[in-house]
Design a protein around this ligand. Structure first.
Ligand SMILES: NC(=O)c1ccc[n+]([C@@H]2O[C@H](COP(=O)([O-])OP(=O)(O)OC[C@H]3O[C@@H](n4cnc5c(N)ncnc54)[C@H](O)[C@@H]3O)[C@@H](O)[C@H]2O)c1
Length: 363
C-alpha cells in the first residue's frame, strides 16, 4: 500500500471532531500530531480518537516545525486562522482551513501570498458545497436557464440560535452572525452564480438579543453582532441582498432567490423554520423555477435531491485527494478572497455607517 498521508490538527475544539472523524474513516491517512493552546487539550483529543502515538503540542508553531507532516486541518477560532495558516504554509504544509477564511481582507491577502510562495494548496471548509441541492442550484444557473442573473437574495435565519462558546467573544471570533452564518451564505450565493467580483457594500449590524439578558444567558460576555443586513454590488451589474440572524423576532429573514432575465429560482427555508436550521447549509424545503410559458407566468416545482453521505467527510476527502494527486484546492482562496473582502467591508460599513468600495490587489 502507498505511504499514508501524514496529518496534523491545529485547534482541537468542537469542529476538530468532524475533521478527526473523517480522517479516522480513511485508511490512506494517519493523524500524527495535534496542537491546542489550552494545556492538555490536544493530548486528550488525540487519545479520544485512539491516536495515542500522535504527538500533542501546545502551540501551532511546534507542530508546523515538524517536516514529516504533509497537511494540516486548522480548526482554531477565527482570529487565529490567518497566523496558523501562514505558519503551516511557510513550513511546507497543505492546509484545510475552517470557515471563515480569516477575519480581515488583509489577512486573506497575506494567506494567499503565503500559499503562492509555498506552492502548497489551501482549501476553505465550506461543506454545504457538497450538499446535492446546493449543487443542483449551481447546475441550473450554469445551464443558462435563468438568463442573465441580476439580483440575488440570501438569508441565514435563526429565530433563537446564538451559538455561544468562543463564537460570542470578539477577541476570538471577531464577528458574529455577519461572518459566521454570513460566510456560508456568501459562498452558497456567490458560488451559485460563478463568484463575481464584489464592488461595493453597505451594511448594518445589531446586537439587541445577544446583549439582552432577557433573551441570552451570557449577555454580559456577548461582544459581537447577532443580526446583519447588507446591499452588495457585484461585477456584471448584479445585486446581492443579504440578511443574517442568530436571533430575531421572525421565523425566516429570507428564502434564497435568484432573479434572471429568463427565469427566477427560489429555494425555500423549512417552514416553520427550525430554531437552529438554516437554508445556507442546504436545509431546503422547496425548489422552484418561475418563468413564462405560452405567454403566461408558470411555476415549476423541482424535486429535492437527498444527500446520502456526510458532507463534512466529503470536504475532508476532497482535500486529501487534491493533496495526494497534486490537484487544485477544491474550494480555492482565489474565490474565497471575495467572500472575505465582503465580510471585511460589511464590518467597516456597519461601523462607519457608510458604503465601502472594495479593492482587492492582484496576488
Ligand atoms: N464547518 C462548520 O460547520 C463549522 C462548525 C463550527 C465551527 N466552525 C469553525 O471552526 C472554527 C473553530 O470553531 P469551534 O467551534 O471548534 O471552536 P472551539 O473554541 O471549540 O475550538 C477552537 C480551538 O482552537 C484552539 N486554539 C485557538 N488558537 C489556537 C492556536 N493558535 N493554536 C492552537 N490551538 C488554538 C482553542 O484553544 C480551541 O480549543 C471556527 O473558525 C468556526 O467558525 C466550522
Amino acid at each position: 500500500m502507498a505511504e499514508k498521508l501524514r496529518i496534523g490538527i491545529i485547534g482541537t475544539g468542537g469542529i476538530a471532531h468532524s475533521h478527526a472523524n473523517a480522517y479516522k474513516s480513511f485508511d490512506d491517512v494517519e493523524v500524527v500530531a495535534g496542537a491546542d493552546i489550552i494545556p492538555g487539550k490536544a493530548r486528550k483529543f488525540l487519545d479520544e480518537f485512539g491516536w495515542t502515538d500522535a504527538a500533542a503540542y501546545e502551540d501551532c508553531e511546534s507542530l508546523c516545525k515538524r517536516d514529516d507532516i504533509d497537511a494540516v486541518s486548522i480548526c482554531t477560532y477565527n482570529t487565529q486562522h490567518a497566523c496558523c495558516a501562514i505558519a503551516a504554509l511557510e513550513s511546507g504544509k497543505h492546509v484545510l482551513l475552517e470557515k471563515p477564511m480569516c477575519v480581515t481582507l488583509q489577512e486573506g491577502i497575506d494567506i494567499m501570498k503565503a500559499e503562492k510562495k509555498s506552492g502548497k494548496i489551501l482549501t476553505v471548509g465550506f461543506q454545504p458545497r457538497y450538499n446535492n441541492n446546493c449543487r443542483k442550484i449551481k447546475r441550473i444557473v450554469d445551464s443558462g436557464e435563468l438568463g442573465k442573473v441580476y439580483y440575488v437574495q440570501i438569508g441565514g435565519s435563526r429565530r433563537r440560535g446564538i451559538p455561544g462558546r468562543t463564537f460570542i467573544d470578539a477577541d476570538k471570533a471577531a464577528f458574529g452572525a455577519i461572518g459566521d452564518l454570513g460566510c456560508y451564505s456568501l459562498d452558497l450565493s456567490l458560488n451559485s452564480i460563478g463568484y463575481p467580483k464584489p464592488l461595493t457594500v453597505s451594511a448594518y449590524t445589531s446586537d439587541y438579543f445577544g446583549k439582552n439578558p432577557k433573551y441570552y444567558s451570557e449577555a454580559d460576555r456577548f461582544s459581537v453582532d447577532d443580526f446583519s443586513a447588507a446591499f452588495i454590488r457585484l461585477e456584471g451589474d448584479i445585486i446581492l441582498d443579504y440578511r443574517m440572524a442568530w436571533a430575531m423576532h421572525m421565523d425566516i429573514c429570507s428564502d434564497f432567490v435568484i432573479l434572471g432575465t429568463d427565469a427566477g429560482l427560489k429555494a425555500t427555508a423549512p417552514h416553520p423554520n427550525p430554531l437552529w436550521g438554516s437554508i445556507i447549509s442546504g436545509d431546503i424545503s422547496g425548489l422552484y423555477i418561475m418563468h413564462d410559458k405560452g405567454g403566461e407566468p408558470v411555476t415549476t416545482q423541482l424535486s429535492l435531491e437527498a444527500t446520502n453521505y456526510n458532507i463534512f467527510t466529503m470536504k475532508v476527502r476532497d482535500f486529501v485527494d487534491a493533496v495526494k494527486t497534486g490537484g487544485k484546492a477544491p474550494i480555492p482562496t482565489s474565490q474565497i478572497i471575495y467572500n472575505q473582502a465582503i465580510i471585511d467591508a460589511m464590518v467597516t460599513s456597519a461601523k462607519e455607517r457608510c458604503e465601502i468600495r472594495i479593492e482587492i490587489p492582484e496576488i
